[in-house]
Design a protein around this ligand. Structure first.
Ligand code: UD1
Length: 430
């Protein structure tokens, strides 16, 4: 399995371009099958989760034509099956979007229960509650979710907790249901807004996305569109904290600065300079970082998908920081790996207590999931000596050209596949 080998210690300096949002693209590419006309989606990231999703919709019969690395044309008129029996799809969390899209369009869907990163128990009861409220009969048998309805009708749905996936999934099904739907306690993440904008560009009638009450007036059919995915706030945030942890100076281009506010605020608190432009942010860390406390929350709070990356920066800060994870219960699995690099990080329940140290030292570590994997790369970039990050398959799910982009900022790192190549790298960097 491929690994990243990193010689740390260089501040990251330069410019980096952010791609389209993976989590928005996963929802939008699935929603694209809801019309029988051709849809063009641009600015999709070239990462494995997206490629698996495209393969899954093509396996059920949709026509998927890759225009170039970041654009795809999709036509859902050729779909021959509402049964998604595809081994790999279980591995991506967002496979649940196939339920909302197929149920909305065909009033029937059969989708394996999703997997995804192992960051804690990830029930989808709120999605199913929403589908049932819209009139669907939903059962789970042998690991597969079966949903069907004679007729989907509008409903008033109050989500028990703020869920990105449930909000988007219910929005998709309700877009083609008869009558009006109201989703209360809806998620407000930028990808919810992007998915709603995309559906509206296909003729749906969705209002209020970005607030906690979304109103949907169902329409009979959706039509063709061309759409560009929003920039990925988590990819951007990852480079922001990589700049901070390495005491670098990085201009992060093609972002929506507003989406990054919670991260910008924390970077300023720990002593970084953050300059905002129309579609870029510059992070400059001139001195040793300071401590802070952070709690993950639904948007616009600090994202759970940035928790490992800020924790790495805080491992190098002056003082004691407390990081509280309030979304997923098993999201500190990288802490033991960081300890092997010299970090003082102690996890108690959903809280990590981090005593900042002056220096991390390179070690062999293993990526436990997507964002934690990225965080270990940041740790490697900041550490003295050589770090090997194993199991980068997780990182490739969500970061396009991670090594290439980091090398563009001066990182000494390579993607390698065996021990010999690691040895060669060690000899080369001395
Ligand atoms: C999405 C993102 C993921 C991000 C997360 C929170 C995708 C593909 N993934 O995941 O990267 O970390 O949002 O921002 O977009 N919950 C339930 N029942 C449900 C649904 C959720 O109990 O039916 C709970 C979850 O266990 C979790 C919380 O609600 O504690 C939030 O989960 P949710 O927002 O749904 O996350 P995902 O959509 O799975």
């Amino acid at each position: 399995m491929d690994k990243y080998v990193i010689k740390g210690g260089n501040p990251l300096v330069g410019e980096v371009e952010i791609g389209g949002a993976k989590n928005a693209a996963l929802a939008i590419l699935t929603a694209a099958i809801m019309t029988d006309e051709t849809v063009l989606v641009e600015n999709i990231p070239d990462v494995s989760d997206i490629n698996v999703m495209l393969e899954a919709i093509s396996v059920i019969g949709a026509t998927v034509e890759r225009v170039d690395r970041h654009s795809v044309r999709i036509n859902g008129s050729t779909i021959g099956s509402v049964s998604v029996d595809y081994e790999f799809i279980k591995k991506i969390r967002a496979s649940y979007y196939l339920l909302g899209a197929l149920l909305g369009k065909y009033k029937r869907a059969e989708v394996p229960l999703p997997g995804g990163c192992n960051i804690g128990s990830r029930p989808i009861d709120q999605h199913l509650k929403g589908f049932r409220a819209l009139g669907a009969n939903v059962t789970i048998r042998h690991g597969v979710i079966y949903a069907s309805a004679e007729d989907l009708h509008g409903a008033h749905i109050f989500l028990d907790m703020v869920s990105v996936g449930a909000t988007i999934n219910i929005m998709m099904a309700a877009a083609m249901a008869r009558g009006n739907t109201i989703i209360e306690n809806a998620a407000r993440e930028p990808h919810v807004v992007d998915a709603a904008n995309f559906l509206n560009s296909m003729g749906a009638n969705i209002k209020g996305a970005g607030t906690d009450v979304i109103r949907i007036r169902g329409v009979e059919r959706l039509h063709k569109t061309s759409y560009t995915i929003v920039p990925d706030m988590i990819e951007a945030g990852t480079y922001m904290f990589a700049a901070a942890a390495t005491r670098g100076d990085v201009l992060i281009k093609n972002v929506i600065p507003k989406h990054l506010d919670s991260m910008t605020a924390k970077l300023e608190e720990i002593g970084c300079e953050v300059e905002e432009f129309d579609d870029a942010v510059r992070i400059c860390a001139k001195k040793r970082l300071g401590k802070t406390h952070v709690k993950t929350l639904p948007y616009p709070g600090f994202p759970t998908d940035m928790q490992p990356q800020i924790s790495v920066a805080l491992c190098l800060a002056n003082g004691t920081s407390i990081v509280t994870e309030s979304i997923f219960e098993n999201r500190f699995k990288y802490a033991d790996e960081l300890t092997r690099m010299g970090a003082n990080i102690k996890v108690e329940g959903n809280t990590a207590i981090i005593d900042g140290c002056e220096l991390l030292t390179g070690a062999r570590v293993s990526a436990p999931d997507l964002r934690a994997g990225a965080a270990l790369v940041i740790a490697g970039l900041a550490a003295e000596g050589v770090t090997v990050v194993d199991d980068i398959i997780y990182i490739l799910r969500g970061y396009e050209d991670f090594d290439l982009k980091l090398r563009g900022l001066g990182a000494e790192m390579e993607r390698v596949s065996d021990e010999r190549e690691i040895q060669k790298f060690r000899l080369r960097v001395g």
